[in-house]
Design a protein around this ligand. Sequence first.
Ligand code: URA
Length: 279
Amino acid sequence: MQDLPSDRDALKALLDFHVEAGVDLALDETPHNRFAEPKPEPARGAGPVPERTVASADSRNPPPPPRALPKTAAGAPDEVASLAREQARHARTLEELEAILAAFEGCALKFSAKNLAFADGNPEGRVMLVGEAPGADEDRIGKPFMGRSGQLLDRMLATIGLDRSQVYVANIVPWRPPGNRTPTPQEIAICKPFIARQIELAAPEFLLCLGGPAAQNLLGLKDGILRTRGRWFTYKTEDGREIRALPTLHPAYLLRQPLQKRLGWRDFMTLRRALDAKE
Ligand code: URA
């Protein structure tokens, strides 16, 4: 690591250089030379299986370990996506799925992210919300929707009498894309089997897709979110269950376009009515 310049202007110029280069978050007090560190071992199987499992999972008879991944995330995207599917299917509980995902090395985003932001809230809740990808706050804390978008989301949930202890929250992509860029189609294809399994295991009654990418990737919709929001669709799990799914505007969009909050509020009221009708 080079020595830091001592005078103020040179320090500011160095900082500006980093900001222009896309460095928008300091992760640690001390710098690490990642190039000098030993390469991580390729993932062998699913990693340790956590102790807590749901009743249906026979912990004395663990599933066979999934096939090992190619050495790095540089494998062919189709091959990595098919391995991701295979690994995701091995998870019998959400805890196992999180452990498998934490050991998964097929998505390059893992290596630039600080933390895996797997989920927040209550997996027993009747509603599951899925966003796009973690941002800087979520990456730092290791949970979805922790920053300004999350605060708005909490206020919107409160308007229909819900809080995080009653809903389960996740993202299509569980690692932060560097600089908050949009995840690439390849990254989404690789991560999709995991969110699909997460939905299947959480088995919510209702799925709220936050923003266009969640609605398009989970529900296969072609239209943009302003056309699809507020209408019920059906999400089909691989094990054949049907879940009622409602696309709505992403809270980050609502922060940029506050006048559209009334549309978001309408969608939340639609969800409230559906919850009440099924109680
Ligand atoms: N935006 C998302 O889509 N997900 C988060 O977790 C945070 C912001």
